[in-house]
Design a protein around this ligand. Structure first.
Ligand SMILES: O=C(O)CCC(=O)C(=O)O
Ligand SMILES: [Fe+2]
Length: 207
């Protein structure tokens, strides 16, 4: 049972072009859109791409890479930070409750930007039924305090994107003493199943 789930937590995808395209527009377009300069740098911000002009380079990327949805997260994970175990998103659309960080995400493509190395790892868990709770302000489902969790898989985001299932409980730990890990976690278009994604990326899967 655990092994079945652990096969579907994540896969590493060889896609240098997509990484290059994303990194190329990150500092001039993605980051300022997610975190305007006059705001404090936050751990996590979202962008809704539908709100952008048609010639916006972020929107153009979603046309080039058809599996990307109109929603992405920017992670700026501080040094020595460990998140709690969670799954991503409660509601389906950001507009249903003002100020939420975004959609419920079936799958996401995590793309390295800066300081992505072995010091930062993402771990997946199985938890008992009923041991998570929905938190509306963060639009996240968190593991209740004191509830057990069994680790089933882990990855480090390095040079290649990671396709992952954020509906499997997970946490991220940045063990670096002095660097923030920057990444883009692009929500996959909701029409794409895991099987379709695996088949689409079959020639890019890193064993
Ligand atoms: O940054 C990661 O490795 C995982 C991020 C995350 O929690 C997510 O994409 O849902
Ligand atoms: Fe997450």
């Amino acid at each position: 049972m655990n092994r079945d789930i652990s096969n579907k937590c994540f896969v590493e995808i060889f896609y240098p072009e997509l990484v290059k395209d994303t990194q190329k527009i990150f500092y001039n377009h993605i980051l300022p859109n997610a975190m305007p300069k006059n705001e404090r740098l936050r751990t996590l911000r979202y962008i809704i791409i539908d709100d952008l002009e048609n010639d916006n380079p972020i929107k153009i990327l979603t046309e080039k890479y058809i599996f990307l949805s109109k929603h992405l997260l920017v992670f700026s994970l501080p040094a020595q930070l460990c998140t709690a175990i969670h799954t991503d998103g409660i509601v389906d659309a950001v507009n249903t409750i003002h100020g939420l960080r975004g959609w419920r995400r079936n799958y996401s493509l995590n793309i390295p930007i800066k300081n992505c190395n072995d010091l930062c790892k993402t771990e997946f868990f199985t938890v008992e039924q009923g041991s998570m709770f929905n938190d509306i302000p963060t639009n996240t489902t968190w593991l209740k305090a004191g509830k057990p969790a069994e680790k089933i898989a882990e990855y480090c985001l390095r040079d290649n994107p990671i396709l992952m299932n954020p509906q499997i409980p997970h946490k991220i730990t940045n063990s670096s003493d002095d660097t923030r890990r920057m990444s883009v976690s692009w929500t996959i278009h909701p029409d794409w199943s895991w099987e379709r994604l695996i088949s689409y990326f079959q020639n890019r899967l890193v064993p």
